[in-house]
Design a protein around this ligand. Structure first.
Ligand SMILES: Nc1ncnc2c1ncn2[C@@H]1O[C@H](COP(=O)(O)OP(=O)(O)OP(=O)(O)O)[C@@H](O)[C@H]1O
Ligand SMILES: [Mg+2]
Length: 241
C-alpha cells in the first residue's frame, strides 16, 4: 500500500491501524521503519526489526528483506508454486515505512539514498508473491519521491488531503483527478479523510478510525504479550492458545 498526503492529513494515524492489525495477526512479522521514531515506536516490542533515523540500518534491513525474497522465490520455483499462501507456513512480513522521503531524499549521502531507493523499489516490485508486503507513507507525493513506475506497483493506494491535483494523481494514479477523484477536494479540517483505491478499482472516499496513544499502548502491549506467548509455546513445541 502507498499512502500520501500533505503534512497533518492523517497518514500516520492511518498507519497505526495497519500496524495494529498486523501486530495482532500472529502469522505476520513486522518490520517498522520510522525516521521520527514516535509514530511507530510504541510497537517496537511487536517488531522483528525497528529502524529509527539511521539510513544504514534501513539499507541493511532492506538488503536482508531482499535476500528473503530471493530465498523464498528460489523455494517457490523448486516446488513449482507461484506465491506464498497461508497453508505454506511462511510468515508474512509487513514492512511499514513512515515517510519514505526521509530515507530516499533527506538523510544520508546521495549514494546511500540511491541504494535505499533501489532496494525499496525491488522490494515493492518483487515482494508481493513471496509474502513481503510494503506499506509506505509520504508527505511529499511527487515524482522524485514516488516515481510513477514505482507507484503503479502498489496494489492499494490511499490519498489523504493533497494541495495539488498532480500530487493526488501521484498517489491514486494518472488521470483520476480529471475524473473527479481528487484529494484536493478534501476539507483541510477533515483529518483522516482520504480516497482509497484498491487494486484496479475506483477510489472510495473513507475516513480512518483514530487510535489514541492510550489505545495504541494497550493494543501494542497486548500484541507483544501474544507474540511472547507464541514464542514461548513455540519453544515448548506446544500450541498457541
Ligand atoms: N482518522 C482521524 N480522525 C480524527 N483525527 C485525525 C485522524 N487522523 C489524523 N487526525 C488528526 O490529525 C493529526 C495529524 O495526523 P497525522 O499525524 O496522522 O498526520 P500525517 O499525515 O502523518 O502528518 P505528517 O506528514 O506531518 O507526518 C493527528 O494528530 C490527529 O489529531
Ligand atoms: Mg506522519
Amino acid at each position: 500500500m502507498l499512502i500520501g498526503g500533505e503534512p497533518g492529513a492523517g497518514k500516520s494515524a492511518a498507519l497505526q491501524l495497519i500496524v495494529a492489525h498486523a501486530a495482532l495477526s500472529l502469522d505476520c512479522r513486522l518490520i517498522l521503519v520510522d525516521g521520527k521514531r514516535v509514530e511507530l515506536g510504541m510497537w517496537r516490542d511487536c517488531a522483528e526489526r525497528f529502524i529509527g533515523p539511521s539510513i544504514d540500518e534501513a539499507i541493511d534491513t532492506f538488503k536482508w528483506l531482499q535476500r528473503e525474497i530471493d530465498d523464498r522465490t528460489d523455494w517457490l520455483l523448486s516446488v513449482g508454486k507461484r506465491k506464498i499462501t497461508p497453508d505454506l507456513d511462511f510468515p508474512t512480513y509487513v514492512v511499514i515505512v513512515d515517510e519514505i522521503g526521509y530515507f530516499s531524499a533527506t538523510v544520508g549521502t546521495p549514494a546511500a539514498q540511491k541504494e535505499f531507493n533501489a532496494l525499496n523499489r525491488d522490494i515493492v516490485a518483487r515482494g508481493r508473491a513471496p509474502g513481503i508486503l510494503p506499506v509506505e507513507a509520504t508527505q511529499r507525493p511527487s515524482a522524485d519521491i514516488v516515481p510513477t513506475s514505482m507507484r503503479d506497483l502498489f496494489g492499494y493506494r490511499w490519498a489523504f488531503r493533497c494541495s495539488t491535483e498532480a500530487s493526488s494523481d501521484t498517489i491514486l494514479g494518472h488521470g483520476w483527478a480529471d475524473r473527479g477523484y481528487s484529494a484536493t477536494t478534501i476539507d483541510p479540517q477533515a483529518r483522516g479523510v482520504g480516497w482509497l483505491r484498491a487494486e484496479d478499482g475506483i477510489p472510495r472516499r473513507i475516513k480512518a478510525a483514530y487510535l489514541t496513544d492510550q489505545e495504541i499502548i494497550y493494543l501494542a502491549n497486548y500484541a507483544a504479550q501474544l507474540r511472547g506467548r507464541r514464542h514461548l509455546h513455540a519453544l515448548d513445541g506446544g500450541e498457541v492458545a
